[in-house]
Design a protein around this ligand. Structure first.
Ligand code: MF3
Ligand code: CO
Ligand code: CO
Length: 301
């Protein structure tokens, strides 16, 4: 049977995104404290426990709130015709106005202050001069560094009218993250997070990306603690402890979880160009579950 227009409106299209022009690097006022990786090449050199003091947790919450507010600001700009470069500039300016450093800028050579991952981009998309198009879905991933710690969060936004299949993917990805946050408890193995996410995603036949994971975060952007989003037991059996801080950031796909990377050495796309979605929060392990440290001001009492 021939597909009619209303059937087509329900299906997510495959992508054919191309790299755009990346504008020159933005500057950060010299008064703003930089993370240590800005002072040398290569990966971070930080040795801090993944279990934080209550004082450090509150610092991460303050950095996390700036990141979350910047994600909301960026999301409000996701309209047809707006470029991801314009969104990066607005988020950058917001973050520095708060006295924070946009952690992505210069991290392992990343050229921009935020990640903007459109349609088939799984993660680490670089803001460029491509105008957003009606029907796009976009992930905005922002990390802010304030008072010696990072807060890391991301969310999905829709551009104009978006097909039903993409909207469902976005809804399920956020719910998968929230279920995982609720499964956090001291004494449980960290691999329960991936078990919860994968079993929920499988109900909808979605792929769960395995090669990019959640991570310990705080004094370090990526501490070395790995938080898989797939069912990896008996591996990754670190026991969660009260005060432990890490991200949960599942990436789900409508097709394969195989990926390719652009020649920019950052942008990760699905091998089949099917759409993908991601949400992320930084959380602290408490006796009652995961406490979210990356809530925007609008939802904090
Ligand atoms: N914010 C991403 C994460 O969730 C990391 C981005 S690293 C960058 O871990 F260099 F691409 F910005
Ligand atoms: Co992260
Ligand atoms: Co992130």
């Amino acid at each position: 049977m021939k597909k009619n227009a209303s059937d087509l409106a329900k299906r997510a299209p495959l992508g054919n995104l191309k790299p755009g022009y990346v504008s020159p690097r933005l500057s950060v006022p010299k008064e703003i404290e930089r993370p240590e990786y800005m002072f040398h090449d290569g990966p971070e050199v930080i040795t801090a426990s993944d279990v934080k003091t209550p004082e450090t947790v509150e610092k991460i919450r303050r950095a996390g709130r700036i990141a979350a507010d910047a994600v909301q600001l960026a999301g409000s700009m996701c309209k047809p015709g707006v470029t991801t470069d314009e969104i990066d500039i607005a988020a950058h300016n917001f973050i520095i106005e708060q006295g924070a450093y946009p952690s992505c800028l210069g991290y392992m050579g990343f050229p921009k202050s935020i990640c903007t991952s459109i349609n088939e981009v799984i993660c680490h998309g670089i803001p460029d001069n491509r105008p957003l198009e009606e029907g796009d879905i976009i992930n905005i991933d922002i990390t802010a560094y304030l008072d010696g710690v990072h807060g890391d969060t991301c969310a999905m936004f829709t551009v104009g009218e978006v097909d039903e299949e993409s909207k469902k993917l976005i809804e399920v990805t956020e719910k998968a993250m929230m279920r995982a946050i609720k499964a956090v408890r001291p004494g449980r193995e960290i691999n329960i997070i991936g078990r919860v996410i994968e079993s929920y995603a499988k109900r909808f036949n979605y792929g769960v990306v395995t090669d990019y994971t959640g991570h310990g975060v705080g004094e370090a952007f990526h501490s070395g603690l790995i938080v898989p989003h797939y069912d990896c037991a008996p591996a990754y059996n670190t026991i969660m402890e009260e005060g432990m801080v890490f991200t949960i950031e599942p990436m789900l796909t409508l097709g394969t979880v195989e990926w390719e990377q652009w020649e920019d050495d950052w942008t990760v796309v699905t091998a089949d160009r099917a759409r993908t979605a991601q949400f992320e929060h930084t959380i602290v392990v408490t006796a009652n579950g995961g406490d979210i440290l990356t809530l925007p001001s609008s939802s904090v009492a």
